[in-house]
Design a protein around this ligand. Structure first.
Ligand SMILES: C=CC1=C(C)c2cc3[nH]c(cc4nc(cc5[nH]c(cc1n2)c(C)c5CCC(=O)O)C(CCC(=O)O)=C4C)c(C)c3C=C
Ligand SMILES: [Fe+2]
Length: 511
């Protein structure tokens, strides 16, 4: 097998890099055709305006085609990367170079007072709610409104798990364990935590990285599967920070956009499932229930989010690993935690649990799959709400697989992912100009985020907040507008004592 040439665009290289426990970032997901076209698309303003809305989908389709091909060739040897990796670990840091690893995560409110401002930060993110350009000025007022409306329900949830999210504590512990694992593998590095919506914010982590004089940086989102709404949002933020900063623009870096297919991660998940199955009396009869955090359907269908495809592939890989251990239980995948009135990825976890119960399934093992720490949706939604629903629906035996947290196999695999990424650290930012255009100009993240140009002007929005005509999103927003109008009328009636509800005697007269 030849050596990996990050700069070249050969499909075989792409296949080599993608299969095995080797870094996804090293993969060239596009073939020469799409790369050449992308370049000319960038250069040609005419093409830009014509294909602006279609091109990202072409890229995504190409990415999907490559994934299919990769599946078919999944026997490519692991030795290829392993030998290179060993060499790399000792070679990559020379002289005064300092390696940093930046873990990206969502963040969570630490106290009940934090809940509303945390929700504000979340809803103010255009990757969570995207308004058309004309209405961008409404992003913050809308976030304020939605966060205030959502806060009581969220607070109830956080109160029931001890008054705040455990995310910061767990992520800090993971960072420390990763640092130790890297040190044990002879790769001294500082590990930083950068949260998207709460402390320590990504900006704070970056300031620390600069103060520490880090010269090489590996960016590792703590989400196994890529979604526009999670890793995508964090990487986009990082990209904008990098573009503005002289120090960072010159810092060598690389990104590991998703790592759900890594052998170590798959094995660690299988270990947890195998262990938890032992708690059931008749192990073979247990339905393994993978529950992933959902995203609005439009992310996948309109914006080309690879999240669903990666999630399904991840579940398949875990089940294949279990099968190798002679565990052949029935399994299913559903999506939880939907927010708001738009349609989210189906099937929904709550509906699926109720259906399974009605169909006579008596034993369920819930497996949280989209996140590697315990959080409100495992501790409250799964452990309390879904368990209660399952019991009501006829399920008799319930179990839940813990989140990976600091599980040693998992942490060791993250350390390997970082080490394997080191050869690509310098390869990315070849020029200031390129670095300013994109965080990882030569990496596959560009292809993922290319579904998103850096100015973000010409892309299908992740959640289409407004469209003219009889489209799903238009109907949703028409519905919302109507509800706001009705609410407005109600407020007017109650405050003035006048209106048609009073005239019809539905509301009592105050005056
Ligand atoms: C892979 C994981 C996640 C995806 C995808 C995701 C998308 C997504 N989330 C919201 C809205 C909310 N998420 C909230 C909390 C929350 N979300 C994730 C993970 C993913 N979100 C986690 C781990 C957490 C919990 C953090 C913690 O404090 O422990 C919340 C707040 C809680 C609540 O009120 O339910 C909201 C709101 C959207 C809209 C979205 C995709 C567009
Ligand atoms: Fe979420």
């Amino acid at each position: 097998m030849g050596s990996l040439d990050v700069g070249s665009l050969s499909l075989s290289t792409s296949l080599q890099a993608r299969f095995s426990p080797r870094p996804a970032f090293a993969v060239r997901m596009l073939d020469n055709w799409s790369a050449v076209h992308m370049e000319s698309w960038r250069k040609s303003s005419q093409l830009k305006s014509v294909f602006a809305n279609f091109y990202p989908r072409l890229i995504y389709r190409s990415y999907q085609t490559h994934k299919l091909m990769i599946k078919r060739h999944s026997s490519i040897s692991e030795a290829f990367m392993t030998s290179e990796t060993k060499e790399t670990a000792s070679n990559v840091l020379v002289g005064n170079e300092k390696l940093g690893v930046l873990l990206l995560n969502l963040g969570g409110p630490e106290t009940l007072e934090d809940v509303q401002p945390f929700l504000f930060n979340l809803f103010a993110d255009p990757d969570i709610i995207r308004l058309p350009r004309l209405f961008r000025f409404l992003q913050k007022p809308l976030a304020q409104f939605v966060s205030i409306v959502r806060a009581p329900k969220s607070k109830e949830g956080y109160a029931s798990i001890g008054g705040g999210s455990p995310l910061r504590q767990i992520t800090d512990a993971q960072a420390e364990e990763l640092r130790k694992a890297l040190c044990d593998k002879n790769v001294p590095a500082k590990v930083y935590v950068g949260m998207r919506y709460w402390h320590p914010f990504t900006e704070e982590a970056i300031e620390q990285i600069k103060r520490d004089g880090i010269t090489k940086l590996v960016v590792l989102p703590l989400y196994p599967q890529f979604s526009i709404s999670t890793s995508g949002s964090s990487l986009r933020l990082l990209e904008s920070i990098f573009r503005e900063d002289e120090y960072l623009v010159n810092m060598q870096h690389t990104v590991i956009p998703s790592w759900y297919q890594r052998e170590g991660y798959i094995k660690a998940m299988a270990n947890l499932i195998e262990k938890e199955l032992e708690n059931f009396e008749s192990r073979q009869k247990v339905m393994i229930f993978f529950s992933a955090h959902g995203v609005p359907l439009a992310y996948v269908e309109e914006a080309g989010d690879p999240y669903k495809a990666e999630m399904e592939e991840c579940v398949e890989l875990i089940m294949e690993e279990l099968e190798r251990r002679h565990i052949t239980n029935a399994y299913t995948l559903a999506y939880q935690s939907r927010v708001g009135p738009v349609e989210w990825l189906r099937p929904y976890t709550d509906e699926t649990i109720a259906e399974l119960g009605q169909k006579g399934v008596k034993s369920l093992l819930a497996v949280p799959i989209s996140f590697v720490s315990e959080h409100i949706e495992t501790l409250e939604e799964i452990d309390v709400e879904y368990k209660e629903l399952a019991m009501k629906s006829g399920v008799r035996n319930w179990g839940r697989v813990p989140a990976l947290g600091c599980e040693p196999t998992f942490i060791a695999d993250l350390a390997d992912a970082v080490i394997e990424s080191l050869p690509y650290v310098g390869a990315m930012a070849v020029s200031n100009l390129e670095a300013r255009q994109s965080l990882v100009p030569l990496g596959s993240v560009e292809e993922l985020l290319a579904a998103y140009d850096t100015k973000r002007e010409k892309l299908p929005p992740p959640v289409l907040v407004w469209e003219w005509g009889w489209t799903r999103s238009a109907e949703t927003w028409n519905g919302r507008a109507a509800m706001i109008a009705v609410l407005g009328l109600l407020v007017l009636e109650v405050t003035t004592g006048q209106g048609f509800l009073h005239q019809w005697g539905i509301l009592p007269l105050f005056h």
